[in-house]
Ligand binder design. Structure first.
Ligand code: F6P
Length: 254
């Protein structure tokens, strides 16, 4: 039974890879919606994908969220002299889920250094412009993120992320009307892969994804199936690390 199940995962990996036009797909057993072990496994596989690049890459841009935190937690201590930087601004309320914290953790585990990006989502376009023009640290971190050879990021449901970011009721309804299903790097995407809204912040968006040599998305849980499809259709490249729960549901959507 175990053999059949693993065979089935291999089969789904190939089918998802083709249908979503990606370079590779890795599926870990389980459904991390309700299984902490599956989430750890997802983190471990994401960490393996990153580790496989060590020696050939110098800078990593990373997003925030609990999945990226799981990747960082599963990274073994090693020496890779990496520079790690948040992919995009945005702070949220929970420090341990912030890209700044996760970048620092990855740098500490890999004997590298991290750069911070202290730009909240609440700033106006004018304030952002001033920051980008006058704050050397922000400028340097954004440039580093844009030039990173690895982009490692998480994917969330559009509705969950809109709530987590404290969007107004009107904004949430607007997103829903636009068919927003998933969110990554501040970009809300519909099921066809169209970006319907981008948060006002600095750093990388899904539109800049071609400038990085290696792109790794890590996201699992059946509840995120639509979100993953929407973001992968907008991204159309790189590696997707997901779990069985999400993969099975994605198979019904593509
Ligand atoms: O807020 C940062 C972020 O990477 C979002 O872009 C993404 O939707 C979310 O976190 C994923 O968070 P989690 O892994 O906790 O679902």
């Amino acid at each position: 039974e175990c053999f059949l199940r693993l065979n089935n995962l291999d089969d789904m990996q190939e089918r998802l890879c083709q249908a979503l036009q990606l370079d590779s797909v890795y599926i870990v057993p389980g459904n991390c919606d309700d299984d902490q072990t599956a989430k750890e496994e997802l983190g471990r596989r994401g960490a393996d994908c990153l580790t496989a690049l060590f020696g050939t890459v110098r800078a990593v841009a990373v997003s925030g969220g609990s999945t990226m935190a799981a990747v960082a937690a599963q990274l073994p201590q090693q020496n890779a002299s990496l520079t790690v930087v948040p992919a995009r601004g945005g702070l949220g309320n929970r420090v341990k889920l912030q890209a700044n914290y996760i970048a620092e953790m990855i740098a500490a585990k890999t004997g590298g250094k991290s750069h911070m990006l202290h730009v909240s989502d609440e700033l106006s376009a004018a304030a952002l412009k001033v920051m980008m023009e006058s704050d050397e640290q922000t400028k340097a971190s954004v440039t580093l993120a844009q030039r990173a050879d690895v982009l490692l990021y998480g994917i969330g449901r559009a509705d969950v992320m809109a709530a987590r970011r404290g969007f107004s009721e009107a904004k949430r309804r607007e997103l829903q009307a636009a068919g927003a299903a998933g969110e990554a790097l501040g970009c809300y995407c519909n099921l066809e892969g169209k970006i319907v809204y981008v948060t006002n912040n600095v750093g990388i968006t899904l539109e800049d994804i071609r400038q990085h040599s290696h792109v790794i998305a890590v996201s699992g849980g059946a509840a995120k199936a639509e979100a993953i499809v929407s973001v992968m259709r907008a991204c159309k490249r790189g590696v997707l690390v997901t779990d069985e729960g999400a993969a099975e549901k994605i198979m019904t959507l593509i």
